[in-house]
Design a protein around this ligand. Structure first.
Ligand code: AMP
Length: 413
């Protein structure tokens, strides 16, 4: 029966059929983070609105258009978190993590909220996995960040991934470059899309992202920031590139790479998956050397990234099956139900995935259900403690010694 209620626009339910593939992504990330020493952190699903205005930047699309912002009962402006880095930097300062040995390496997973136009791969509540290394400006940290995301996508088997790399330089170099870019845009104002024209002063870099033909033609001859990097920025970028090359990580320099958040400085990167269509980025990030200071802390360089779980699952094209069951415990005799449940519990304690019938089905019904839940074998408990083991693939059935059930069910098959 269809309910009159539906999940809100741009949101979705994670049903059991999809939950396993999702859990595998999270588990793989957790293993990669643990091996590299990126400790888990979790921050609230909402924060003071000002954190994102100051952190993400008032001129960004995220802050201008996409935040779920509301007033709480105390009249404070609250925002459902649209991203994870600003909250983690807030927590870093709030808990005095700048006094710990640096860098502080953190990882997270959780839901994020952006009021975007929903489409495949773009939701209003989505989930990100991310990592941050806070308190170092070493190119080693940039390279390590990229290596971790490379490992994640590689271990999961995401196909057709390309790493795009760029650098935004230091804030000073960026400011000088932005003036040059604005001058270029103004000189060609008539050919630009309305949206880009209106934002020449606010956010000229976004012009590189435009799908408007006229704008693209103007941008083809625009100066790029990678060409304008000065001494230390150029050296830093060269060092990151050399480290990636040593690690055997392929990348393409993308001089027009921009990201939708204001806090990036120097290295930025994006992992794009060709099979994904319009929303082709599975993950990305970069260095944000000024963010913590912007939030009122001491100057603290940092680098990090976030990857979208839904995008990863889409890229994998996974309609993952259930996890399967080692065995299903069926009863041929009603008197055996109690024994079946106790035995199932014992087998589960030994680490096996075992189900019992909870719905009073006939033996035939239990076998059918065992098949439905993907049980490889069915143990049929008979009266007087006897038992039969049935292999669901071959249909073969034989008596087994009740004292040796663990070996029988835990064994190969
Ligand atoms: P960002 O925080 O914008 O740098 O995005 C990092 C990653 O989060 C992207 O590469 C996507 O994989 C994912 N992502 C961002 N916005 C959305 C969204 N609205 N729906 C689904 N995934 C998203």
């Amino acid at each position: 029966m269809a309910s009159k209620y539906q999940a809100p626009r741009g949101t979705f339910d994670v049903l059991p059929a999809n939950a396993h593939a999702r859990a595998r992504v999270e588990r793989t990330a957790a293993e990669i983070f643990a091996r590299a020493g990126y400790e888990p952190i979790a921050t609230p699903a909402f924060e003071d609105t000002e954190l994102f205005e100051r952190g993400v930047g008032r001129s960004t699309d995220i802050v201008r258009k996409e935040m779920f912002t509301f007033e709480d009962k105390g009249g404070r402006s609250i925002t459902l978190r649209p991203e994870g880095t600003a909250p983690i930097c807030r927590a870093y300062l709030e808990h005095g993590m700048h006094k710990l040995a640096q860098p502080v390496k953190l990882s997270y997973v959780g839901p994020f909220f952006r009021h975007e136009r929903p489409q495949a791969g773009r939701y209003r509540q989505f989930h990100q996995i991310g990592a941050e290394a806070i308190g170092t400006d070493s190119p080693l940290a940039d390279a390590e960040a990229i290596m971790l995301l490379t490992d994640l996508l590689g271990e999961l088997g995401v196909p057709g991934v390309e790493l795009r790399l760029g650098s935004l330089g230091s804030p000073q170099a960026r400011r000088a470059y932005l003036e040059e870019l604005k001058a270029h845009l103004r000189a060609n104002e008539g050919k630009l899309s309305k949206d880009v024209r209106e934002r020449i002063d606010l956010n000229p870099l976004r012009a590189f992202d435009s799908d408007d033909e006229g704008t693209q033609a103007v941008m083809a001859s625009a100066p790029t920031i990678v060409e304008r990097l000065d001494g230390e920025d150029a050296e830093h970028f060269a060092a990151v590139r050399a480290l990636l090359e040593t690690a055997g990580i392929a990348y393409r320099i993308d001089p027009t790479l921009v990201r939708g958040l204001d806090y990036y400085t120097r290295t930025i990167f994006s992992f794009v998956c060709e099979g994904l269509g319009a929303q082709s980025e599975v993950g990305g990030g970069g260095r944000y050397d000024g963010l913590i200071e912007q939030l009122g802390g001491p100057p603290t360089p940092a680098v990090g990234w976030a990857a979208g779980i839904e995008r990863i699952l889409l890229a994998l094209g996974e309609d993952e099956e259930g996890i399967g069951r080692d065995a299903f415990l069926a009863v041929a005799d009603e008197g055996q139900r109690r024994r079946a449940l106790a035995l199932a519990s014992e087998l589960r304690h030994a680490g096996l995935a075992v189900e019992v019938d909870l719905a009073g089905r006939s033996l035939k019904g239990q076998l059918k259900h065992a098949d439905r839940v993907g049980a490889r074998r069915v143990l049929i408990l008979e009266s007087e403690g006897g038992a039969q083991l049935r292999d669901m693939e071959s249909g073969e059935q034989r008596p087994v010694d009740p004292a040796r059930l663990l070996e029988e069910i835990g064994g190969a098959g």
